[in-house]
Design a protein around this ligand. Structure first.
Ligand code: HEC
Length: 123
């Protein structure tokens, strides 16, 4: 009997770390759907319409994809996207890159981290 009672607990303990590490990206995917997908495409080779494709954005130079309407500000920012500057950009895009056409901010640090984790998985 004790075995049956403790087994689920033991399994949960084993599974929790794996779930915990996947969780931010999963939450980020949901946020992306709600707040980003109306502008951004996010799959390999998808044609950008009103905003750049964010597939492969981590490690990419800002303003360097085949999106035709980048702002001169973002293009010449010299930024290479990584965890820290994606976080900074999404906190206040116009503050980090004055003149950017990206105007959507995520003020909540936890939600922002989730979206950044999600973006980094797009590769
Ligand atoms: C209203 C449309 C719109 C929404 C909504 C939007 N963006 Fe953007 N985003 C843009 C545009 C336009 C640019 C290009 C900005 C520029 O050239 O200055 C951009 C640029 C970016 C870039 C830089 C891309 C590159 O190639 O350098 C990232 C990263 C980004 N957005 C992430 C997001 C995330 C994450 C969300 C959701 C929280 C979001 N955006 C919501 C329009 C949008």
């Amino acid at each position: 009997m004790t075995l049956f009672r403790t087994l689920p607990l033991a399994l949960a303990a084993l599974l929790t770390p794996a779930l915990a590490s996947a969780q931010p990206a999963v939450e980020g995917a949901a946020i992306f759907k709600q707040q980003c997908q109306m502008c951004h495409v996010n799959t390999k080779g998808a044609k950008p319409a009103i905003a750049p494709n964010v597939f492969g954005v981590a490690g990419r130079k800002a303003g360097s994809s085949d999106f035709a309407s980048y702002s001169p500000a973002l293009k010449s920012s010299g930024v290479v996207w990584n965890t820290a500057n994606l976080d900074r950009f999404l906190a206040a895009p116009g503050k980090m890159v004055p003149g950017t056409r990206m105007v959507i901010a995520i003020p909540d640090a936890k939600r922002r981290a989730a979206v950044v984790a999600y973006l980094q998985g797009l590769k």
